[in-house]
Design a protein around this ligand. Structure first.
Ligand code: URA
Length: 191
């Protein structure tokens, strides 16, 4: 796929029929945030609320994500872009199949190419395994930095996992502080 500009990309993505997830979606969940953000967060795929509203992370997990981001002065309104690996909701919120991820990945690749983020933060194991490395171990490797194609990458526990197991919240707090330090080190905007 050749590179599209933001408007072309969003328009084409909105009418995508590259995989069966298009059959049952209410909305394509393209992504949200300033298109000059230096930090990109990548989740797994839309859930029910996201499918209904057409925006990533707007349900309970999304509310927790926003609270976490606020701790280090990040927000989708101001300074970060949030996207998912797959843009349409998998039925019953199951993990997106590899075939669905493959079909959808060009949209995300084009988003990354346009955004040129300095930092990518993967939300959860599924995203980290696809974006950072195939054998990513979220319990051991969350909060650690990896460099790929000149981009600094790390993973956080998925906010839905934190809702299920709040005992992991202190570790995530430490990871957020690590992220904040990296932003202060390599990002240009005043955060
Ligand atoms: N979980 C995700 O991974 N992405 C969303 O957009 C919502 C929940």
């Amino acid at each position: 796929m050749s590179m599209l500009n933001w408007d072309e990309l969003e328009n084409q993505c909105m009418s995508c029929r590259k995989c069966p997830l298009c059959e049952e979606r209410t909305n394509v969940v393209f992504g949200v945030g300033p298109r000059d953000a230096e930090v990109l967060f990548i989740g797994e795929g839309p859930g029910e609320n996201e499918d209904l509203q057409g925006e990533p992370f707007v349900g309970r997990a999304g509310k927790l994500l926003d609270e976490m981001l606020e701790i280090i002065d990040l927000s989708r309104e101001k300074n970060i872009y949030i996207a998912n690996m797959v843009k349409c909701r998998p039925p019953k919120n199951r993990d997106p199949l590899n075939t669905e991820q493959d079909a959808c990945m060009d949209w995300l690749r084009n988003q990354v190419a346009l955004l040129k983020p300095k930092i990518i933060v993967c939300l959860g194991r599924i995203s980290a395994m696809r974006i950072i490395k195939e054998d990513f171990k979220i319990t051991q490797e969350h909060g650690r930095w990896f460099e790929k194609n000149g981009v600094q990458m790390m993973a956080l526990f998925h906010p839905a996992a934190l809702l299920r197991d709040p005992r992991r919240k202190p570790e995530t707090f430490d990871d957020l502080k690590t992220l904040q330090a990296k932003i202060n080190e390599i990002c240009d905007h005043t955060y």
